[in-house]
Design a protein. Structure first.
Lengths: 291, 178
């Protein structure tokens, strides 16, 4: 399979890339990892007139934690950089949990975190973690930078809030208040397949008390499901069998799964509930051990 | 310089833009004028006649087209050839020869790690990337590293054995690193 013809540019600076985007009038696409875009070009779901490859722009590969605990992920940080990261295991366990479950190990050497979020696939793992963690995307355009809250960033399936002349240059994930706890679970028939259901949970804890609970779901709706309101029943609570069950029920209610060859709607909802219980019970047990 | 279009197809008619790129393939610089939409897998196979790189699903699922890109495994059906300009690419042809097999190739032979052979080059390159980072992998490590490569003969058991065999042989060859 060949993509349609396109013009190709590989600028060496962000300013040049934005200039090209701006000049394209909306007919260009940014190529970062290409692990979603290239298959879409080949299947001709996408046929842009111009591809702007940002892989030759230096200084975008980073992920780092600021002194105040904020995590910043550059536009060329690959999935495997996060999978093998030594700085996010304890501070961003939700991300660490998801990192090893994105696509497959070979796709993870190329695909990028920010690109995956921009792709806005309802199945996307990173978009779910970004919603659960109240992340933001930094968009840079001809007039400078702006930050977009994750909840406002994905407008619908495969549609994000970037203007045609903006590049998502960084993802920002705020630090937890207190201790960060969390996890990510995904059911897939085989590695790299579309998920039957995925659950991202992020908790800010003070001792055994939940200060803030965040949650989002992938694969169980027409878009990434924001289940932050549903799981907020945990706010101010300790993790007990009863509070965990109530939260799992509320989150499962927020799912909007469709019956298909991967399972019935009821089955997928059951998976969501089970995953929420597993993640929260795991956190409760580790708290007990620490106490 | 190699012109892909002399070998594969007539040069694009009219004003179809091409780019001149140079890729280090298995240690040899290869220069070609290519259309931007040419995929790396197609350049390797059709342009450079390195047909050891297979295309299976063509949708980034199966891993048959896996090559090493600056030492890391990638699916060459999901990268444009122009993106590889100035980079190093290693294909199965760079691993060894019929008279001098790479230990991973020898492992596949010893442990019967291939049946139809279609997935084999991708499996071996994914395995090479693993062993370069971890010379003493567990079975789980091997299964993890090969989880992006499909074998439709479902011969996974022997593929895993083959990689473990190769790891042991390579450790024996480099005892100072053990």
């Amino acid at each position: 399979m060949y993509p349609s013809r396109f013009a190709y540019e590989a600028p060496k600076s962000l300013a040049d890339a934005i200039g090209l985007l701006d000049a394209s009038g909306g007919e260009a696409k940014i190529l970062a990892g290409g692990q979603s875009l290239v298959p879409m070009l080949k299947l001709r779901f996408a046929a842009p007139e111009q591809i702007i490859d940002i892989n030759n722009i230096p200084g975008l590969e980073y992920h780092r934690i600021d002194p105040d605990g904020t995590l910043r992920i550059g536009a060329l940080c690959r999935h495997e950089d996060l999978e093998f990261s030594t700085i996010i295991q304890d501070t961003f366990p939700t991300l660490a949990g998801a990192a090893a479950l994105v696509a497959d190990p070979i796709v993870r050497t190329r695909g990028t975190f920010v690109g995956s979020v921009c792709h806005a696939d309802p199945q996307g793992d990173w978009a779910a973690t970004m919603i659960a963690l109240n992340g933001r995307i930094v968009a840079q355009g001809p007039k400078g930078r702006r930050e977009i809250e994750m909840k406002d960033f994905v407008l619908g399936p495969f549609t994000n809030a970037l203007a045609f002349n903006e590049i998502a240059v960084e993802a920002i994930i705020p630090p937890a208040t207190g201790t960060a706890r969390g996890g990510y679970l995904k059911l897939e028939r085989r590695v790299g397949d579309f998920a039957t259901a995925s659950v991202a949970v992020a908790l800010d804890m003070d001792g055994d008390k939940v200060l803030r609970a965040g949650c989002a779901l992938a694969g169980v709706g027409g878009k990434t499901i924001d289940a932050n309101a549903a799981i907020s029943v945990l706010n101010g609570q300790t993790l007990t069998e009863a509070s965990i069950a109530a939260a799992a029920d509320a989150v499962a209610e927020a799912a909007d799964p469709r019956t298909d060859h991967r399972g019935s709607s009821d089955y997928k909802r059951h998976i969501v509930k089970t995953f929420v219980i597993r993640i929260l019970t795991g956190i409760a047990r580790s708290e007990q051990k620490a106490a | 310089m190699t012109s892909l279009y002399d070998e594969v197809q007539p040069a694009p008619a009219g004003d179809v833009p091409t780019r001149r790129i140079t890729i280090d393939v298995n240690g040899t610089p290869r220069t070609a004028d290519v259309e931007p939409r040419l995929l790396l897998a197609h350049m390797l196979r059709s342009g450079l006649k390195l047909t050891g790189t297979h295309t299976g699903c063509d949708t980034s699922n199966c891993g048959a087209c896996t090559v090493l890109f600056d030492g890391r495994p990638i699916k060459s059906c999901t990268m444009l050839a122009v993106q590889a300009d100035g980079h190093h690419v290693e294909t199965v042809e760079g691993m060894g020869s019929a008279s001098e097999l790479h230990p991973i190739q020898e492992g596949f032979k010893q442990e019967h790690g291939l049946q139809c052979g279609y997935c084999t080059p991708g499996m071996m390159l994914a395995a090479k990337a693993l062993l370069e980072r971890n010379d003493n992998p567990t079975e789980d490590d091997v299964r993890w590293a090969l989880s992006g490569n499909l074998c439709r003969c479902t011969g996974y058991q022997n593929i895993v054995k083959a990689v473990l065999w190769a790891a042991e042989k390579m450790r024996a060859q480099n005892p100072q690193e053990a």
